[in-house]
Every structure is written in C-alpha cells, then in structure tokens.
Design a protein around this ligand. Structure first.
Ligand code: SF4
Ligand code: SF4
Ligand code: SF4
Length: 251
C-alpha cells in the first residue's frame, strides 16, 4: 500500500497549522520558521496571495537514497523515504544529491543525524494513519491517502475545474514520481518549483556524485576502509565549513 499527500495550493490559507502540528508531533520548538532546518521539517513560502508548502517530496526513486553508501535512506512500500540513523555514516552525500535541498544535518549535536520530513513514518503512516500535518490542516489543503486515489482525485479536480487549475499534477511524473503531489492555479515555475527536471529518475546525476568516491565505497559499502574514508571525509567537511564560517565572521 503506497500512501501520499496531495497538497492543493488553491486551498491553502497560509495559517501554518501544518507546520505547528509537525513541530508538536516531533517535540520541536513551535516557531514560525521560514527555512527548513533540523528542527523544522516543513515551511510555507508566500508568492503574493499564494502559499506553498516546502518539505521532502518522498521521491519514488530518491536521489538521496541512491547515493547513500549504506542504505540509510530507503523508499518504503508505504510511500515515505525513511531514514535509519543507526546506519548513517554522516557523509552527507544525500544532502548533495537531493534536487530540492531538503535534508539538513544536526551539526550542533554530538551524535548528528540527517533530518528531514519523515512523512510521519514511524508513528503514523507505517500504520496507515494520516500525517500530523494533513490531520491539522483546517482548509483541507493537505490530504493524506493512497497515492492512486489521490491522483484520481487530483485529475478529477482538474477536469471539473479546468479554468481553476494548471493542467499538471506536480509529483505525478517528475523524476520518476513522488509521494507528495501538488495542484495549483498558478504556473508551478512561478512558485519556485523546478519544472524542467523531466520525468526520469536521477540515477545519472547521482552517479556523478558517486563516481567521485573511491571505487571501494561504491562496490563494498560495508568495507572498513570505506567507513574510515567516509568518517574522515565528514571531519574534513566539518573543518572546512567551520573555517569558512570563521573567515566570513572576520570579514
Ligand atoms: S525530496 Fe530529496 S530528501 Fe526527499 S526523497 Fe526526494 S531526494 Fe530524498
Ligand atoms: S549522510 Fe551519508 S550515510 Fe547518512 S543518510 Fe546521507 S548519504 Fe546516507
Ligand atoms: S508528513 Fe509528518 S514529518 Fe512531514 S511535514 Fe507533515 S507532519 Fe511533518
């Protein structure tokens, strides 16, 4: 059973209840965060009178998962792309690979994890229950359900109100399809969506990232040498970012 979310942008009133419900359900501070971060898995972007939710799209063939050398990010049969912190090596290739810049990293933690919308997998969707954000939406702008039924509903809305909708369901086909679908009356390209990404998954692009790794990482993710390399690469990246931050603060 594959679940999904259908976000009908024409119905969204920008109240932020989805964001608050997500923060509450994960024990995060309830603030009007404008950007995604390790304690905020969904935001609202305003384009004139139109509000657009930003969150993980739970891609059918996730680029984040395809570059992960240890399978810490995997598409589940239920729909969500799930993250297993116990497998994660902290290399952050997932962050480089995601075409939507979604995953964030807990830099300030002693035991950092990659964080993103989970589609409420552990606590809800793995049991067939709706996500916290869809349950909280007072306008019915975020609907939870089976992906094929939500697609049918989206097509029905377009055919019954052809003047009210762009004739495209964003996420139906883009980069192999997603479990977060969008309907809009405003052209998607005017709402910050990537509309030129095509319908093929991104294995080639992710391969470009992978090919920069030593062969041993690609062919034997469990090899100790790979773990050693990745772990030390993480330290190098962290040191580099800290030095960049220090440089910027002294300018
Ligand atoms: S939107 Fe990004 S983080 Fe989410 S599943 Fe797709 S590639 Fe992964
Ligand atoms: S940081 Fe590396 S190991 Fe962890 S989920 Fe991302 S790609 Fe996988
Ligand atoms: S699906 Fe769950 S984790 Fe994702 S934004 Fe909604 S409430 Fe948050």
């Amino acid at each position: 059973m594959s679940y999904a979310l259908l976000i009908d942008i024409t119905q969204c009133v920008g109240c932020g209840e989805c964001r608050t419900a997500c923060q509450k359900s994960h024990g995060f501070p309830e603030i009007e965060a404008r950007n995604l971060n390790e304690k905020n898995f969904t935001t609202l972007e305003q384009y004139g009178d139109t509000w657009v939710r930003r969150m993980c799209r739970h891609c059918n063939e996730p680029a984040c998962g395809s570059v992960c050398p240890v399978g810490a990010l995997e598409k589940t049969k239920a729909g969500p792309v799930n993250y297993d912190a116990s497998k994660c090596l902290g290399c952050r290739y997932c962050m480089l690979a995601c075409p939507f810049d979604i995953p964030k990293y807990e830099w300030s933690s002693n035991n950092p994890r990659v964080r993103k919308c989970t589609m409420c997998y552990d606590e809800r969707t793995s049991k067939g229950q709706p996500t916290a954000c869809s349950e909280a939406c007072p306008a019915g702008a975020t609907l939870f359900g089976k992906r094929d039924e939500l697609l049918a509903e989206a097509h029905r809305r377009i055919s019954e109100n052809p003047d009210n909708y762009v004739h495209r369901i964003y996420g139906e086909k883009e980069i192999g399809g997603m479990s977060v679908l969008f309907l809009s009356s405003v052209p998607f390209e005017k709402l910050g969506f990537k509309t030129e990404i095509g319908s093929e998954a991104l294995p080639q692009k992710t391969w470009n990232v992978l090919s920069k790794l030593p062969d041993v990482v690609v062919t034997a993710g469990a090899a100790f040498s790979a773990i050693y390399w990745i772990t030390h690469r993480r330290e190098e990246v962290k040191r580099f970012e800290e030095s960049q931050r220090n440089n910027n603060s002294t300018k």
